[in-house]
Design a protein around this ligand. Structure first.
Ligand SMILES: NC(=O)c1ccc[n+]([C@@H]2O[C@H](COP(=O)([O-])OP(=O)(O)OC[C@H]3O[C@@H](n4cnc5c(N)ncnc54)[C@H](O)[C@@H]3O)[C@@H](O)[C@H]2O)c1
Length: 353
């Protein structure tokens, strides 16, 4: 069992079992609600249902997917909580990927001015990223995560058994955040990661624990993203624009697939601006191509990608904000790049085909 003890709550990376349930019972919550989406209700809930039975939980299930991370779904969740007679002294267990964690935490954090919640992340992405750091929210007005709040869960229970039903593509998508954490903060971990070229038979608990430790350390230093927390944005400025573009096409990319392409582009910018060596750039590029292959980014969408980047909520003025890496394992926040440089990085990526 691996437990990261934080100031205010623990992240427990181990199979959920009697110790967890004893802890839950000891909290004396007045009631328990369990939020799932239709997939996690089918694939993940059976692992816990029997153990949860003594708590007589109120189950709430919503439709799976980012397109349901909306105010409308929240209204359904809040209404269900009212129906169940929930109060502020209840606790909600958010059993699902990042969508359920972000939206369930948001609903719990605002219900009657805030009830407790426990994150039980069931995707690799949500175990290493979404469930850590207290960011909660929903999509609104066409903008991802634009309504939300910072609030810590009472605990995070990360159980790698959930990955057994996760598709290989979803697993690979989450792996991009593990690579990112190593690239921004831990050169030795980056060296080790490069031995992994096939995502089967991996001890995920160990990698989740190591990766979460990196994110947690960064978040603890800067919980509200005033400075160093922006380090976690490496690959995301360009990657998020690529993700947004593909979202409107017939073949959307998963978050990690887009971020992998974004990290290649931003590694190229790092070489231009911060002296990341050509050798490191090549190693990083080759590793991402080995795991994620190459995406065809149309030649004529650079202006569109730039306009998406200009709207990024992490920009502080007219400049597009980047977090770049002078070398693997180090990061520099609040960097910027001209439109020409950004287009240059996209050209570099396209030529890798
Ligand atoms: N709060 C944060 O700091 C933070 C960080 C990163 C991402 N996010 C958010 O996380 C979301 C993406 O998370 P995600 O990739 O986990 O998406 P997701 O929650 O949509 O899950 C992906 C898919 O896998 C299914 N699924 C989940 N667990 C499963 C399992 N064990 N077996 C089978 N199917 C399963 C889900 O039903 C869904 O269809 C985005 O909304 C993003 O904004 C938040």
């Amino acid at each position: 069992m691996s437990v990261l003890q934080l100031d205010r709550y623990d992240i427990d990376i181990s199979p959920i079992g009697s110790a967890h349930l004893r802890w839950l019972a000891a909290q004396n919550f007045a009631g328990i609600a369990v939020l799932t989406d239709n997939n996690t209700a089918q694939y993940c809930l059976p692992l816990l249902q029997e153990q949860l039975a003594p708590f007589h939980p109120h189950y709430i299930t919503v439709s799976a997917g980012e397109k349901h991370k909306t105010l409308e779904t929240c209204q359904h969740i809040w209404a269900q909580l009212f129906e169940a007679g929930a109060g502020r002294n209840w606790c909600m267990l958010n059993l699902g990927g990042g969508v359920i964690g972000d939206m369930g935490g948001f609903c719990a954090g605002t219900f009657k001015r805030g009830m407790d919640f426990i994150q039980i992340p069931t995707t690799l992405l949500s175990q290493v990223d979404a469930s850590v750091g207290g960011k909660l929210g929903i999509d609104f007005y066409g903008v991802k995560n634009s309504i939300g709040l910072f609030r810590d869960p009472r605990a995070v229970w990360a159980d790698a058994r959930f990955f057994e039903t996760l598709s290989a593509r979803e697993l690979r998508s989450g792996f991009a955040e593990i690579i990112k954490h190593a690239l921004i903060a831990d050169a030795a971990q980056w060296q080790e990661l490069q031995q992994i070229t096939d995502l089967e038979n991996i001890d995920w608990s160990e990698w989740v624990a190591r990766s979460v430790a990196i994110k947690q350390q960064i978040v603890q230093e800067d919980p509200h993203e005033k400075g160093i927390r922006k380090a976690l944005n490496f690959g995301h400025t360009i990657g998020h624009a690529i993700e947004s573009y593909f979202l409107e096409t017939a073949s959307p990319l998963l978050h990690g697939e887009a971020i992998a392409a974004g990290m290649i582009c931003e590694a190229w910018l790092s070489a231009q601006q911060l002296g990341l060596s050509q050798q490191e750039l090549t190693t990083i590029t080759d590793y991402f191509l080995t795991i994620y292959g190459h995406q065809t980014i149309p030649e004529d969408i650079d202006d569109l990608l730039l306009s998406i980047m200009r709207q990024d909520k992490k920009n502080e003025d007219a400049r597009i904000n980047f977090s770049l890496i002078p070398t693997a394992g180090k990061v520099a926040v609040n960097q910027t790049a001209t439109a020409e440089e950004i287009v240059g990085s996209l050209s570099y990526y396209r030529k890798l085909r």
